[in-house]
Design a protein around this ligand. Sequence first.
Ligand SMILES: [Fe+2]
Ligand SMILES: [Fe+2]
Length: 495
Amino acid sequence: MTGGSQRPSTPRTSGQGIAAEGSGSGDAFVRRAGRNLIFATYGALRAVKLYPVENAAVQKALAELAGQSTELLASEGELELRMSGEFIFVNETRLRLDLENFASFSHLLSLFRAAGIGSISLSEGVTAKDWLIFLSLLQTTGSDDPSERFDQLTEKLESAGVQAFTLAVPVEAGAKNRERATERAKRTYTQSVAATRELMSSVRMGGSPNIKKIKRVVQGIVDQILSDETSLVGLTTIRDYDEYTFTHSVNVCIFSVALGKRLGLTKIQLYDLGMAALFHDIGKSRVPQSILNKSGGLSDDEWRLIASHPWLGVLALFQVRGAQELPYRAMIVAHEHHMKRDMSGYPKPIRARELSMFSKIVAIADGFDAATSRRAYQTVPWTPADVMMEMRDNPRRGMDPVIVKAFINLTGVYPVGTLVILDTFELAIVHAVNPLQEMLSRPIVRIISDPQGNVLFPGTTADLADRNAEGGFHRTIIKTENPERYGIRVGDYFT
Ligand SMILES: [Fe+2]
Ligand SMILES: [Fe+2]
């Protein structure tokens, strides 16, 4: 779909480059050195508290701490300790918390929190004496209010002539909330995939799965989408090849609920829709895996088996425990989701019929997720933007044009996760749809390579609706590109 003989010259990047940026040896060094720095700080804090300054133990601990920080500064060029939730970051690297360092980590975190400190930057030439003053001040009592404590502390450091430490308050609440929303979204997503895996394997083994757990999962997805649409929709780009069947069901559920919300469905209706969407392919658990994963052509018999998953799904739904709690619409969706508007799909209905609203919604979410995923029989997925246009413009796809339009409004012309090339020759990944409705073709993007093709990880975000002084746009999308061509895993930029 993305082929064409006249490609504009585009920056070249390689997957290798990204791996090196993300988890190279430099990262491991910072993690190790950072961990030692925390141990040394903890040791020095204790020594300063227990013994008089001239004590050899104190001197040794402070000398070690000064040594550690100087070493890190020398190799990294900068040294920032940042507290975020229960984590400590050294520059951009998150230190791993384990049993061994648990005591020192939590002690430091609680001291910093009480002093209203969000981050500490150290400047070159930090001495043992600087550390002594800073750690002593940190352990003296002061105001109970962290922000007052913070002011007292910075004043005292200044009057003591210590300039090696630049303290900053925690990042503003907004950023923190966003971080929390993303964390919550990730949790919801992983739990949903796990519950779906359990459900499908239970059906495959001939068991009768309990519907309660799935109900909770769907409620979680609906609640999350109602409170913050973008974080969960962004996660649908994690299309795990091995887990395709499960992530697919969860993605279809997320897209359907987000779409239903746009169409004005009530919360209760969204619960029902979400259940129906999550169960839409349950009939596939009755089809042998060898056929589902077959990469070559299918024989007529094999194809007939796959095409029977809609009505096999209805049978499976009759069997789930607590089926009385299952909306009957879920059965209709399982049955209808491949029929298409003109009934040219499967199974072929005996009489003329109108597809249910839920089926139309799920069919679009399903078509979109399936076409943009890599599977056994589809090694090169379509770009999201191409799928969108195909669904809109090709009537043979059998999608409801009004709902496709709502879907484009939801995801933008360039859906979240699309790799795009900008007129600045930067590569970018679509991060979120532009909140301005008239800017559907100008999403918020994450720029992941500079014009020379150097990979930036995790990259910086830019609003394509931003204009320069003359009123022109800073950046414009030239075309979409297939991430695989550049060895890019889009999901890496959303975790
Ligand atoms: Fe299906
Ligand atoms: Fe499906």
